[in-house]
Design a protein around this ligand. Structure first.
Ligand code: NAD
Ligand code: USQ
Length: 382
């Protein structure tokens, strides 16, 4: 099967492209490389030294004999997008190619607008390109668990059946996102659902939790294939940041009370979930939603786990409660369902098995690359 991975130079996309290529899919990568540009603008860098996309793909070919076709350009440029799709002829498109940081989207008006234009327009262009030239191609779109927010009832997978004034209907699950980034994902979901309804497009929205870990079988094969590991206050996610903080002896930065609970998954499960979605495509006109995560943790749970793991490595780890730069519930109910992917055969990896090998050991190995000036949060929601 021919699979185009949009955003294939990024964290999830790179691991997914190699995983699918290794399993015999004919993979193309489309990426504007804008994430590398944003890193340069912000003055931040992944902890792990990543090579250029050309070096990465060349090394992959040398090691495995498998080729990956590369399309460098922006999906906001419709002409480029259309021509790339026509050249590659995908049967499935996996769309990771968005601005994915909540703090980035909250820096100021420009960054909020940039995030929403980049994400919403890019996704809408893709929907039109599929309608016009590839109506049977399956769109696998990366959404986020943060679209739901933290409601005081159980979170279903995309839809909820509601009885109201004696009548019953199954409706899209209510969305209460917590940043202009998370809002862009909600707008995408609505656009995709509408396109499925009116044009008969087949789509799967993967509402993914926070992804952690550096290692997949493929990215671990060679130093030139290494994946990124962000730790700065804009692109670093809590767990990755805590591991790097532990490695350099910085207190772990828990925001607010630390009762914020989120859904998590290992990068090795991200790549498998995408494959499961591709193997059993949505029907024409179907807008399918999967909640893509394996475990739930509060931020306090994470900090304690990293502290505990640090102790086994002889690290002295402190936990520091910082004033929360975000506006979010710090103590709340959170019970999302995740049965769809498990029913398709997902066999989860668990954090307890990955924390050392896929995170702390990398944090320790590359600690000399840490820029301490990027550890504390600088972006406020207010
Ligand atoms: P990333 O920033 O590492 O990768 C995104 C890639 O998309 C980058 O290489 C970037 O250059 C490319 N890109 C962005 N806009 C583009 C455009 N207009 N045209 C072409 N390429 C473009 O992000 P990631 O962590 O790999 O996340 C990938 C996707 O998964 C995002 O949509 C994100 O919202 C979603 N997601 C990520 C996580 C996570 O924890 N990392 C969790 C849930 C959902
Ligand atoms: N947090 C801390 N300390 C830190 C960093 C974050 O306590 O040093 C807290 C935040 O306040 C928040 C929680 O950790 O309550 C999660 O923040 P995060 O930065 O780890 O993750 P988030 O902003 O939610 O975004 C990440 C990805 C995004 C993806 C999302 C999945 O960057 O692309 O969509 O996870 S989810 O959280 O399920 O929406």
């Amino acid at each position: 099967m021919k699979v185009l991975v949009i955003g294939g130079d990024g964290y999830c996309g790179w691991a997914t492209a190699l995983y699918l290529s290794n399993r015999g899919y004919d993979v193309g990568i489309l990426d504007s490389l804008v994430r590398r540009h944003w890193d340069l603008e912000l003055g931040v860098e992944t902890l792990t030294p990543i090579s250029t996309i050309h070096q990465r793909i060349q090394r992959w070919q040398e090691l495995t004999g498998k080729t990956i076709e590369l399309f460098i350009g922006d999906i906001n440029n419709y002409d480029f997008l259309q021509k790339s799709l026509q050249k590659f002829q995908p049967q499935a498109v996996v769309h990771f190619g968005e601005q994915r940081s909540a703090p980035f989207s909250m820096i100021d008006r420009e960054h909020a607008v940039l995030t929403q234009v980049n994400n919403v327009v890019g996704n809408l262009n893709l929907l039109y390109a599929l309608r016009d030239d590839f109506p049977d191609c399956h769109l696998v779109k990366l959404g986020t668990m943060g679209e739901y927010g933290t409601p005081n009832i159980d979170i279903e997978e995309g839809y909820i059946t509601i009885e109201h004034n004696g009548r019953t209907d199954t409706l899209p699950y209510p969305k209460q996102p917590g940043s202009f980034y998370h809002l862009s994902k909600v707008h995408d979901s609505h656009n995709i659902q509408f396109a499925c309804k009116v044009w008969g497009i087949r789509a799967t929205d993967l509402n993914q939790g926070v992804v952690y870990g550096v290692l997949t079988e493929e990215t671990g094969m060679d130093e030139l294939l290494i994946n990124r590991l962000d730790y700065d206050g804009i692109y670093g996610t809590a767990l990755n940041r805590f591991c790097i903080q532990a490695a350099i002896g910085h207190p772990l930065t828990v925001y607010g009370k630390g009762g914020q609970t989120r859904a998590f998954l290992d990068i090795r499960d991200t790549v498998r979930c995408v494959e499961l979605a591709i193997q059993t495509p949505a029907n024409p006109g179907e807008f399918r939603v999967f909640n893509q995560f394996t475990e739930l943790f509060s931020i306090n749970d994470l900090a304690l786990k990293v502290k505990q793991a640090g102790i086994t490595l002889g690290l002295d780890v402190d936990i520091q409660m910082l004033a929360n730069p975000r506006i979010e519930a710090e103590d709340h109910y959170f019970n999302p369902k995740n049965t769809n992917l498990l029913n398709l055969g997902l066999q989860p990896h668990f954090l307890s098995d990955s924390l050392l090998d896929s995170l702390l050991n990398f944090a320790i190995k590359y600690q000399h690359r840490v820029d301490r000036s990027h550890i504390l949060p600088k972006v406020s929601w207010k």
